[in-house]
Design a protein around this ligand. Structure first.
Ligand code: EPU
Length: 436
């Protein structure tokens, strides 16, 4: 095990909006093979889950992202020792003794709110800053609150903090009004060491939830049904939980980003290290609009595209439906497709921030409530654009790869939260893209 003195390596390129930009000369068809990393949205939750056991856990296939470094800061603040070497994170949660996660940390990384469940379950109380809204929506936590109350916790929101306290947590049947990922995770984590059985109805079914349940089970927990709408958690004693080692599932959103990029430029790429089962809705949609996607090997996809697509209508819905996180990337394809598409966003109130930037590139998109009417234009044109969130950043890179002329993207701190070496990976596929 590595010592506490070993700090996480800094992210490869600390991007600040003022200093760095990605420059893309569009039009090069993509060819070659690329490998996706581990899923950010899975790793962050497993880092919180490691706090459940007073022991050492190892997470494998971890991408080197600023969000992972920020989550390490959060759990280190709580007393965990965290080391990252290569793509492995070792978390020693034996000395965890702090139950307060402050605003300055949680406000930087919403995902860190998921420490609430493990802290409550292990220590009987916790105080975690409310994360607040963000560029894409209000992002409420009422379902987390209600779920923990139903396990017997006293939950108070005061001065921007959620205070939770419970002498004992007792299993219950909890229905979620919507299949929230974060609420499913916080409840699942707390219920793992509650007394008796908890059933979460209308749970999030995402692969990241399954990976989290697998990790809890590897630690000695008893979770079944993850990946379906009903998750059953039989609580175990905290003392019976131990550290575990687990692989992180592939990042389906990174894979989706490469699929869209190949469609924007045309060409033929092989994407390795994916789980095609996690991408059915995406493969189905992109096939409908003109891409050829084949499962080349159990963990490998081949994508072939002429670089031209047809319009379609898309509605973002919880997994296994079309993911909100690929809504902006596919909009970049539909903006230059033949015909008019309607994209309806049902997960977030404000996830069309990329639209103004795509318009700067010549896109013809109008917004009507939670729908975007996208009239395809023959070609997008390179322009100076700015990312406002992670997936908007990916969308603008995809648009730039397919556009005529040069695109300059700023706002790279958003990109670096969730994509590792994205421009290097695109360069290896033949794109003319660099950072300066
Ligand atoms: N919601 C409520 N009440 C709650 C919880 C959620 O109304 O108590 C609402 C939210 O406001 C939001 C919707 O339900 O409008 C979905 O929220 P969810 O809890 O499912 O999202 P999350 O756990 O906060 C994760 C991902 C997001 C991804 C969503 C939906 C992480 C770290 N984040 O967020 O990923 O968009 O699930 O799939 O896992 C990204 O990677 O770019 C990203 C934003």
């Amino acid at each position: 095990m590595t010592s506490e003195a070993t700090r996480l390596d800094p992210p490869a390129k600390p991007a600040t909006e003022a200093e760095q930009r990605i420059i893309i000369r569009g039009g090069n068809p993509l060819h070659g093979t690329v490998r996706v990393g581990g899923a950010k949205n899975s790793v962050l939750k497993k880092m919180a889950a490691a706090l459940l056991a007073a022991d050492v856990s190892v997470l494998r296939n971890v991408p080197n992202l600023t969000d992972v470094h920020m989550m390490a800061e959060v759990i280190r603040h709580l007393g965990a020792r965290v080391t990252l070497s290569g793509n492995e994170v070792v978390i020693d949660a034996r000395q965890v003794n702090e139950v307060e996660a402050p605003y300055e940390l949680v406000s930087q990384l919403r995902a860190s709110f998921v420490v609430l469940g493990p802290l409550l379950a292990r220590f009987g109380n916790a105080k975690v800053s409310l994360p607040g809204g963000c560029a894409i929506g209000e992002r409420r936590i009422d379902l987390h609150e209600r779920g923990l109350k139903m396990l017997g916790a006293d939950v108070k929101i005061e001065h921007g903090y959620v205070h939770v306290q419970a002498e004992r947590l007792i299993g219950n049947r909890i229905y979620l009004d919507r299949p929230s990922n974060g609420a499913t995770e916080n409840i699942m984590l707390a219920a793992s060491i509650a007394e008796g059985q908890t059933i979460i109805e209308n749970a999030a079914q995402d692969p990241e939830i399954v990976n989290l349940a697998d990790f809890i089970n590897a630690m000695g927990g008893r979770v079944s049904g993850a990946g379906t709408y009903q998750i059953v958690i039989d609580g175990v004693s905290q003392k019976d939980l131990h550290g575990a080692t687990i692989d992180t599932i592939p990042d389906r959103l990174e894979a989706g980003t490469f699929i869209m990029a190949a469609m924007a430029t045309g060409g033929e790429i092989v994407i390795e290290g994916v789980n095609p089962h996690h991408l059915y809705s995406v493969i189905s949609k992109v096939t409908e609009i003109g891409a050829e996607v084949s499962i080349y090997a159990p963990d490998t996809l081949k994508v072939r595209s002429q670089g031209s697509s047809r319009a379609t209508d898309i509605t973002t819905v919880p997994y296994p439906g079309f993911p909100t996180d690929l809504q902006a990337p596919i909009m970049s394809i539909l903006a230059a497709a033949e015909g008019t598409s309607i994209i309806t966003e049902t997960i977030y109130e404000n996830r069309f921030m990329q639209v103004g930037e795509l318009r700067r590139m010549g896109a013809d998109i109008s917004l009507k409530g939670n729908a975007a009417v996208v009239k395809g234009v023959p070609r997008l044109m390179g322009a100076e654009v700015k990312a406002t969130d992670l997936r908007a950043a990916a969308a603008l890179i995809i648009a730039g790869l397919g556009a005529d002329g040069v695109t300059e993207l700023t706002g790279l701190s958003h990109l670096d939260r969730g994509y590792e070496h994205l421009e290097e990976k695109f360069r290896s596929l033949g794109a003319d893209i660099w950072r300066r």
